[in-house]
Design a protein around this ligand. Structure first.
Ligand SMILES: CC(C)(COP(=O)(O)OP(=O)(O)OC[C@H]1O[C@@H](n2cnc3c(N)ncnc32)[C@H](O)[C@@H]1OP(=O)(O)O)[C@@H](O)C(=O)NCCC(=O)NCCS
Length: 156
């Protein structure tokens, strides 16, 4: 069954250098550890093996971001990061970002998208399950604070 349609007004585009301030600010407000630095975002913007996406809607140009990594040796893409600004949460921005990541991975010939999520992140887990991600395992003490990660995968 297809997931429910996302808010029609949400648009997803590739991140640009002019998004760096917003990307870093959102990273800092969304995560307390294991954060991407400004230098890392800068590097990923120009990388052939990374894709940084930004969601916007109407006159609001920055509502969230997703980062996907590709590697030459594998057809499994990795959804490395996903975050929506607090004011925009619950409106389909996260779903639109994940679906665009899937489209991008498909068009690069990837057969699956994988991700890790904190075991205690119920909102994100529900989102991934609703979009058809299957639990494929877990990593104990994966995060810097010792939290466990659940691993999810979706066949594309
Ligand atoms: C997890 C996160 C990215 C979700 O982003 P989001 O933009 O709120 O995601 P969505 O709006 O697509 O989906 C969230 C919920 O809103 C609901 N929703 C979607 N569109 C909606 C709409 N138009 N109106 C109201 N609710 C809507 C969804 O059904 C979903 O609810 P459900 O999961 O109970 O089904 C966001 O909460 C976040 O940034 N959290 C902090 C960082 C984080 O934890 N990232 C994940 C790391 S793995």
């Amino acid at each position: 069954m297809r997931p429910p349609p996302v808010t029609a007004a949400v648009r997803v585009r590739r991140a640009e250098v002019s998004d760096l301030d917003d990307l870093v600010a959102l990273e800092e407000s969304s995560f307390t550890q294991d954060r991407l630095s400004r230098a890392q975002y800068r590097k990923h913007l120009d990388s052939e093996t990374a894709l940084v996406l930004v969601a916007s809607a109407n006159h609001r140009r920055f509502l969230g971001t997703a980062v996907v990594f590709f590697r030459k040796a594998t057809t499994i893409a990795r959804l490395y990061s996903l975050a929506t600004t607090p004011q925009a949460q619950g409106k389909g921005v996260g779903s639109a970002l994940v679906e665009t990541c899937e489209d991008a991975a498909r068009s690069r010939g990837c057969r699956a998208l994988r991700l890790e999520v904190r075991k205690d992140n119920a909102v994100a887990i529900r989102l991934y399950e609703r979009l058809g991600y299957q639990r494929i395992g877990e990593y104990a003490a994966y995060y810097a604070d010792g939290a466990d990660a659940l691993r999810f995968e979706k066949a594309l």
